[in-house]
Design a protein around this ligand. Sequence first.
Ligand SMILES: [Zn+2]
Length: 608
Amino acid sequence: MAGGIPDELIEKIRQGNDIVGLISEYISLRQNGSRYVGLCPFHNEKTPSFSVSKDKQLYYCFGCHASGNVFSFVMNIDGLNFVEAARKLGSRVGIDISEHVESEAERSRRRFRERIMEACETAGKYYSWMLTDSKNGARCREYVGARGIDDAALKAFNLGYAPDSASMDGLTTYLMKKGFEDEVLLESGLSLKKKYGKGLYDAFRDRLIFPIADQYGRVVAFGGRVIAAGDNRPKYVNSKEGPAYSKRANLYNLHAASTHARAAGRMVLCEGYLDAMAYWKAGVKEAVASLGTALTKEQAKLIARFCGQVLISYDADKAGSAATVKGVALLEEAGLEVKVVSLPEGEDPDSLLRKTGPGSLVAAVDGAKSFLRYQVEKAIDGANLKNADSKLAAVKKLVRIIGGCADAVTRNEMVREVSGRLAVSPDALMQDVSRTSSRLNRSRGGPAADGSVDTEARSPLMEENGLSYAIAETERAILRLCADEPGSIKLVSENLTEGFEAEGSEELYRAMYSLWEDGKVIDQRILPILEGRHKELAARLLMDKDRPFQSIDEAIKALKSMRIRRRLREIDVCIRKAEAEGRIEDIVGLQVEQKRLREILGSRTALY
Ligand SMILES: [Zn+2]
């Protein structure tokens, strides 16, 4: 069973959908011996390295290593989850999976959501018509023209106009005539309840409208901007959240940008509607906007579904750089490489495009810097180097910034460059940076700047060369917790079925287990059970007061995640080797494992 769908049904859907036929609907394939080849839809290429096997019903790309079966193909290319992919593939061969994947209540919720999306789609057409063809839209057309938004942009972003009238209910009346229920109008955020008297009225009035689509391209919400100078209402309003729209799980323009992001291997993240549009006009079509709200984990994960690199392009002002600093951690956590686009002080992408044209915007994106360099530049630019105090403050700041970088080569390069620009001694600066770096690394549990591993460190976030060490340490921490609380021994036997691996750990655990089975506490009585060389270890362990983990659950999860990370590294090596030797089937198998492990790592709850 996957997603509640019986295995036989999944197998039937898989058999009904021939992989060559399915993929041919997306890209053109050419037969080459027993395989079919074409240009990979998952990365940008000029010579075909995407290969499909009819016998094995598998695909594999020699360029970007994308691989899988019909399900993974549809999931990746259309951005669907498994159930959605099964629904789509099932409908191609006349199999309906609905009864297996949702209850009656879920079905009625889904239908309500779909009804809201229908209302949004209808509203989008209404707004669009109002902007392009109606008499009422003339002022908005003027405004749009003055902002430099041409017909192509207008169409690509499906812009519209929400008119106003004395009765304030143009759209509401229109949708009601189309048969939409009051509840749908209210929950979609398109209409509001009148404060006095009965009935509904339009939520958006006399505003330029930006439809907001979800990742599948369905309109789920709207943003509206005032157009009249002297209009004192809030500059922007957005649809309220509801069954079909969650702010934290949406990015403006994601659907349109995602295919470009996949091809370019990167996505540009900016603040507002007009910024994403400015990038689009400049030919950078992989731009999305986080829409004023602080970036969320969900949004970071959404970006990571389509590419490996993100370029933050927030406004070049105080708020923008504060948001950049906050966003970086979230994006890196999602596994993305982060770069920062620097715009001239006080500018945003839209203002820059209008002032200096597309060339400068493209140049800014191509010149995006690493976050480290961005911070260094800011610290230097913000200092008055002629003033000794200001210069000293800048040096201190730079020591912290550069010392925080985990890579020694980059640290050295930065020190050389910065010492030149600030006219300070490179040796003195290097000393300070190394000291900071060692301290930070120790508190992270990694090796110090000189490469030595601090034996006091207990953090599971060990650097690569410390991973085996960290695993051994975590196993010992688990054993200490078992000694404290024998109930943990049972938990370990149930949840850590793969056992222990560090020297002596398994022996110790088995000895504890036999004591616990006999209803005894874990104390010196363990020693007679053990062989000589394990006695010392047991004694040391029972004496140790250090408890790096709060609970046995936490410790087991940490151990499992370390082991998975180690296995992922091994898989990387195996894949490279198999590629060099042309063993495609082996690669596919390894990638299935790799994907499964990454998913487990991604959701902490799946570690048990
Ligand atoms: Zn590829």
